[in-house]
Design a protein around this ligand. Structure first.
Ligand code: ZN
Length: 487
């Protein structure tokens, strides 16, 4: 393997999926699962005479991201037309933003810190801007290269995209992936995007090896594909260099089926796009008061939460990192900790390794519904008190995921020690409700109490405290007798 430095920059396109409508019209921003070409109007179809109107919420979300990425924010945001022809773009231009004379995108010159193997890294963000998503080309069979024909669905056309452009600050796929994961969690914390939705993040990767031209690989849809595309492209460029062939500056396409980058067209230069201000859209003035209002809404971001969890719950930096990489998971952890005094690191380990292991990453968003925090805390509390072993706690978790309750699982498996107190009281109540006849007998003949004790023992797998069970039943029968007499 040769040792030239790899230089990577990213252009990340994130759909602002939390918006209700598209960037310049009232069509729904949720186009998924709709019949083709039903979520359209004259504006997003680019029909002559239609006039776009800026979605204020989209600007607000973009400003929130700009603040989170430590960026310099423009006080006057303008819109530009980027001209090019492609079937998914019926206007023949895309409304986007541009940095130039008299025109400015939302924000520039920011950074995001992220960790690789425990080392803090910093990637500079060149700029972010809002633009419209084009329609979607659907290949009849296979890919761009193999399909006989393609179809176009304009439902996506005009959905708000946030483009985030980094400086070429990455030198390995590992760094790129760690950065993208951090960026995703920041955007999830800000509630601007839901990355469980297909196509909500697409990345263009600019790759060069030291001294060579820059090659842009377009439109990669998932983090694992990004890694594959970078590795492929670096190997391709190195092999060209070894053969003495010049690496051309070009745009390539990632062919997911063949796991290879394929040349599509030579790279247009900025001039080719003939950017000019969109005459239909006046610039947006960003006032200081407005910006301050948005800053006040800023939630705690992953890095800050990470450090707080380490301090407050004694978490290791590793588990704190894993927990906070998903906002829902972090919230769940803190909710569970409200009900238990267990050591935070122990709780985090069981939640991350076992609970998430059983439910799977993609269901983390429903974690609190799948296993209520109080149930999880109940299990952890029993573990803390030494009533159950770590082995039993681990074996109980899949049962909780399937909807059972902690006590129920532990009792039915005979895993719990003595049952007493409030818990036993509830069981006695239930046994008495379910055995009316026996209760009536006991009211007349104290000896019949034995039957009820037997029932309680049966239900609890003989884990009920016998003395306490007897006393509870005697007391409750006594109360019932008093009530019967006073009637
Ligand atoms: Zn529309």
């Amino acid at each position: 393997m040769s040792s030239e430095k790899i230089i990577i920059g990213l252009e990340i396109h994130v759909q602002l999926t939390s918006l209700k409508t598209k960037l310049f019209c009232n069509c729904s921003s949720n186009y998924r699962d709709m019949p083709p070409n039903t979520n359209v109007c004259p504006i997003c179809l680019g029909l002559p005479g239609s006039l776009p109107v800026v979605n204020k919420e989209a600007v607000k979300k973009a400003l929130l991201v700009a603040l989170a990425l430590n960026m310099k924010i423009s006080n006057r945001v303008s819109w530009a037309r980027k001209h090019y022809f492609y079937p998914d773009l019926p206007k023949n231009y895309q409304i986007t933003q541009y940095e130039g004379k008299g025109v400015a995108s939302i924000a520039r010159e920011g950074y995001l810190e992220y960790y690789v193997d425990g080392n803090l890294k910093k990637a500079r963000i060149r700029r972010i801007n809002l633009e419209e998503d084009p329609g979607k080309i659907i290949y009849h069979t296979g890919s761009m290269l193999t399909s006989k024909y393609s179809l176009i669905d304009y439902n996506r056309s005009g959905v708000a995209l946030l483009e985030i452009v980094t400086e070429p600050d990455f030198s390995s796929p590992k760094e790129v992936i760690a950065f993208l994961q951090e960026l995703r969690s920041v955007l999830e914390y800000l509630e601007v995007a839901d990355f469980n939705l297909e196509g909500s993040m697409r990345v263009d990767v600019n790759i060069s090896i030291e001294g060579g031209s820059r090659v842009e690989v377009k439109n990669i849809g998932s983090i694992s594909e990004i890694e594959a595309a970078i590795l492929y492209e670096v190997a391709r460029q190195r092999s060209l260099r070894e053969k003495g062939i010049k690496i051309e500056m070009e745009t390539r396409h990632w062919d997911q089926e063949r796991k290879a980058t394929v040349g599509t067209r030579t790279k247009e230069t900025e001039e080719d796009y003939r950017y000019f201000p969109d005459p239909n859209l006046p610039p947006v003035e960003i006032e200081m008061d407005y910006l301050e209002g948005i800053a006040k809404e800023m939630p705690e971001l992953p890095n800050a939460k990470r450090e707080r969890l380490i301090k407050e719950y004694g978490l290791s930096s590793y588990l704190s990192y894993v927990i906070t990489s998903n906002k829902k998971l972090a919230e769940y952890f803190e909710e569970v900790m409200k009900y238990t005094k267990i050591d935070g690191e122990k709780a985090a380990a069981l939640i991350v390794n076992d609970l998430v292991g059983w439910i799977g990453q993609e269901r983390i968003k429903d974690i609190g519904k799948l296993v209520p925090p109080a149930e999880m805390a109940n299990l952890l509390e029993l573990l803390r008190k030494g009533d159950i072993s770590i082995k039993i706690a681990k074996e109980t978790i899949p049962e909780l995921v399937s909807g059972r309750k902690t006590t129920e699982v532990l009792l039915s498996r005979g895993w719990l020690g003595r049952i007493s107190g409030k818990e036993l009281d509830e069981i006695v109540e239930r046994v008495m409700r379910e055995n009316e006849k026996a209760v009536e007998d006991a009211l007349r003949n104290p000896k019949a109490i034995q039957f009820l004790i037997g029932k309680v023992m049966e239900v609890t797998n003989k884990k009920a405290d016998p003395k306490e069970t007897y006393e509870l039943i005697v007391k409750k029968i006594g109360e019932l007798q008093k009530r019967t007499w006073s009637n």
